[in-house]
Design a protein around this ligand. Structure first.
Ligand code: ZN
Length: 292
């Protein structure tokens, strides 16, 4: 059997990919459409993005399935195609995967809330994520990444769902904001609370992505490292998004400023580093140089 991504983490920092949404738009993705539909409608465009990240030096790329759970697919009337779209997501990423690299099955949040704030039960979330995980596993993802989670309860439901559907290693990243009392998720979960829950559940790799720029992410990694011995994933945004008059999204942290904090993210204890919103293959190429 090939060496796993967990083995690679023991040897050196593992480099993930960067933002996907802006890359899709660059390939002509229309506003308001369903990104996951492109795994079957425009697989060549999705594959070209994955390939650009592998070429830039990513050890692993994440599948185009961030919104691929049935609850998130429902507004696009694609919920019945959840399995198919996720299996395709992993299959096409594997088609451009060089030997010795990896494909991670991306599992983003439902975008909905659990009872009592929302209408969904934990079991409904669990089932939605299980179906997604089944598709990603059958498409031969090497691992699953439950990512950008803002509610610990939802992250744990996703974990249970993923584990009922596949035997793949499941990693989790939460998204935290920085406030006067430290880092918290939107639902008020602290860093310590999340890490404790994930350790208890035997999650092998944990971390954070999105929301924070690379400077704040370095501080968060330091905080996490003090609270866990698990390998840590860090994927910072390139600052904050801003919308131009023409409707184009740009990000506040430029490439050079973003890169300046990457060594600190590593020194503070991240084992897996990638980009998030606002980053692109140029960022990853430069990060590969910095991390060397
Ligand atoms: Zn992001």
């Amino acid at each position: 059997m090939d060496a796993s991504i967990l083995d690679l983490m023991k040897q050196r920092v593992v480099l993930l990919d960067g933002g996907f949404g802006t890359e899709l738009i660059r390939h002509g993705f229309p506003k308001g459409a369903c990104p996951e539909a492109w795994n079957v409608e425009k697989p060549e465009a999705v594959k070209a993005i994955h390939k650009s990240y592998f070429d830039a030096g990513s050890d692993a790329v994440l599948t185009n399935s961030f919104g691929g759970n049935s609850i998130k697919l429902a507004p696009h009337h694609l919920e019945k195609r959840c399995y198919e779209l996720n299996k395709a997501a992993a299959t096409i990423a594997n088609e451009v995967k060089p030997k010795g690299r990896f494909v991670g099955g991306s599992m983003g949040p439902t975008g909905k809330f659990l009872q009592p704030e929302g209408e969904f039960s934990e079991l409904e979330f669990e089932k939605a994520f299980a179906e997604q995980a089944r598709g990603l596993a059958d498409g031969k993802a090497d691992f699953l990444l439950i990512e950008t989670q803002y509610d610990l309860r939802e992250a744990l439901a996703a974990l249970r769902g993923a584990r009922t559907a596949s035997k793949l290693p499941v990693f989790i990243t939460m998204t935290f904001s920085r406030g006067p009392r430290g880092f918290f998720t939107m639902m008020g979960n602290s860093v310590a609370q999340c890490l404790e829950a994930f350790e208890k559940e035997g999650v092998p790799v944990v971390g954070a992505n999105c929301t924070l720029n690379s400077s704040d992410m370095a501080e968060l990694v330091k905080d996490m490292k003090e609270k866990t011995r698990l390998p840590i994933i860090a994927q910072a945004n390139a600052g904050k998004p801003a919308l131009s008059a023409g409707g184009e999204v740009s990000y506040s942290q430029g490439l050079e400023d973003y890169l300046e904090h990457i060594p600190r993210i590593k020194e503070n204890g991240a084992s897996v580093i990638g980009g998030c919103c606002g980053t692109n293959p140029d960022y990853i190429r430069r990060m590969a140089e910095v991390l060397k």
